[in-house]
Design a protein around this ligand. Sequence first.
Ligand SMILES: NC(=O)c1ccc[n+]([C@@H]2O[C@H](COP(=O)([O-])OP(=O)(O)OC[C@H]3O[C@@H](n4cnc5c(N)ncnc54)[C@H](O)[C@@H]3O)[C@@H](O)[C@H]2O)c1
Length: 254
Amino acid sequence: MNSLQGKVIVITGGAGGIGEATARMAHAQGASVVITDREAGPVEAIAESLGERAVGLAVDVTRREDNERMTATAVEKFGRLDAAFLNAGIEGEVGPFDSRTDEAWNKVLDVNVHGVRYGVEAAIPAMRKAGGGSIVITSSVAGLRGAAGLSPYVSSKHAVVGMMRCLAAELGADGIRVNTLNPGPVDNRMMRSIEDQAKPGHGDEVHEMFASRIPLGRYVTNEECAAMAVMLFSDAAGGCNGNTYLVDGGYCAQ
Ligand SMILES: NC(=O)c1ccc[n+]([C@@H]2O[C@H](COP(=O)([O-])OP(=O)(O)OC[C@H]3O[C@@H](n4cnc5c(N)ncnc54)[C@H](O)[C@@H]3O)[C@@H](O)[C@H]2O)c1
C-alpha cells in the first residue's frame, strides 16, 4: 500500500523508538521524510538506510530557528510540506510533586510543550502554501489521565491536547488537520527509564505492574504507534481533526 505517495513529512524525535518506526513506515508508504533529532548522526544513518526520499537533520525542538530550518529543508529538498509529526519528548525525572525544581519543570515543558509550539508555527506557512496538511502531535495516555510521580510530564502531555484542540479549531478553514497520537506504555527506552526511576533496580516489577493494568496484558509497540501516525498523515484520515487517537491496548477503556 502506498497511502502516502508524494507526501512530504517532517518528523521530530526521529531517532527515538516511535519516531524511527514512523519514519520507516511513512517512507515505505511512499512519503519523502525529513527525519530530525537532537544529534545528526543517528538520523543521518536512518535516512541513509532508507535511501532516496529521506534526509536526516539535527534539530533541537526547543530552538525556534531549528524548527524553521526543518520546514525549509522539506520545501528545499522535496518541494512542499504535507505533514508534521511533532513527536520529540522527554520523560523528565520521576518523583513527588513537591520535590520538583523549577529547572525540572522547565526542562520538560520546554521540550514537550514549547518544542511542539515552535514546530507548529514553523509548519503553518508551508502547509497553507500546499493547500492544507496534517499535524500529528505525540501526546500520551498521560495527556488524558493523571499518574503519580510524573507531574511535569503529565502536565506537558495535557497541554499539547489543549493546544491541538485550539489549532484544530483555528486551522480547519485552511485544510490543516491537527490531532494527537496518545500512546499507552510503549515497549521502548522511555518506559524503561520511567520504570527504573520509579523503583531503582526493580524496573521489571514496575513493568509487570503497568502491563497487568492493560487489557491486552502488554505494552504497545513502536510500530503500532507508527501505524496510527501514518493513518493520520494520509488522505484516508481526511475527516479526522481535533481528536485524540489512543494506541493503548485498552488502558483508558477502564
Ligand atoms: N514510550 C512511551 O511509553 C510513550 C508513551 C506515550 C507517549 N510517548 C511519547 O512519544 C514520543 C516519542 O517518544 P519515544 O517513546 O519514542 O521515546 P524516545 O526517548 O525513544 O524518543 C524521544 C526522542 O526525542 C528526542 N528529543 C528529546 N529532546 C529533544 C529535543 N530538545 N530536540 C529534538 N529531539 C529531542 C530524543 O533524542 C529521542 O530520540 C514522546 O513525545 C513521548 O513522550 C511515549
